[in-house]
Design a protein around this ligand. Sequence first.
Ligand code: ADP
Ligand code: MG
Length: 342
Amino acid sequence: MPHAIFSEDWMDLREIGEFGLINRIRKWTPTSDPALLKGIGDDVAVIGTGAKVWLVTTDLLIEDIHFKLTWTDAFHLGQKALFVNLSDIAAMGGVPKYFLISLGVPENLSLSFLSSFYRGLKGVAKRFGVDLIGGDTSVSRKIIINICLMGEGKRGSLLFRSGARVGDDLFVSGTLGDAALGLRILQKNGLHAKPIGLTRKHHSPSPRIQLGQTLARHHWATAMIDVSDGLLIDTNHLLEESGVGARIWENRIPLSKLYQKWIHSFSKSPYQFALSGGEDYELLFTAPPEMRKRILHLALSLKIPITQIGKIVPRKEGLHLIRKDGKEYSPSRLGFDHFKKG
Ligand code: ADP
Ligand code: MG
């Protein structure tokens, strides 16, 4: 059959973006294996037929795309490669277990760089009780790091992106925007830039494993995602998978003291990095209003700030932000996309 004139084949990735591509891959590769409980579309894939299920996730870090050696050292890079995968397991409420690591490395990379990298990696693995079980190695022009992390979960006690219901509250852990602001400071002033409180959030985000597990185990939340690409973009993923909309109050978005002090040097808009900056690796989740008290108690007992920033509304209302003066707006750009710029 000749190609229909509305064929997409002439388009490129700048038009459809990273998430447009992932949606198409999802359509090109349908699966019908009953053991596959979640495939493409969530923070991790979920596989299993019994009460205990396997969780699998993978993430890629590429030199000069995700990091530059002028502002990242090998030790922190090793830590971060594992942190970002742990965060995806946290977002399901799972228990991380084993990982594989594949490396592409230039032939002139020093052994001391690699031993520092593995020291960083090993420290995080020990802290979170995960074991390295294999990987692959190749020569490459730039450093490429890919980790595939496996974890365990209980079938009835996992939190997907898809469970949010109209009327739920929308919560986020920690503070937002610090990692993106930290990155800007590192880019401007190099590896030893200050304040460390912000640059550290970029190099060493803390995956919220315990928080994720507690919310999932007690069924206090209805849906969850980790904030890796930015608050708006990740909220949008959760809304799309759940088939709902949301309202977010800008002035409820949790900002650290350091963020509030430094944001003015980098942006005229006080919320820009908190809304659209990535890599905070905090948890964004929804829960019915009757869970509010329990969630606030949990925040106190884990000593992790948890803030209600919005409400889930019907899908037709879309995603809206409410300014301090009560005016609502719909964000024109959600955040970072690898292929769509500007
Ligand atoms: P996260 O930010 O949580 O790591 P992503 O936005 O990277 O998630 O990915 C969203 C979903 O798309 C996940 O289920 C992921 O496994 C899947 N995915 C991403 N890239 C590809 C790809 N190239 N092929 C197949 N699935 C992919
Ligand atoms: Mg994720």
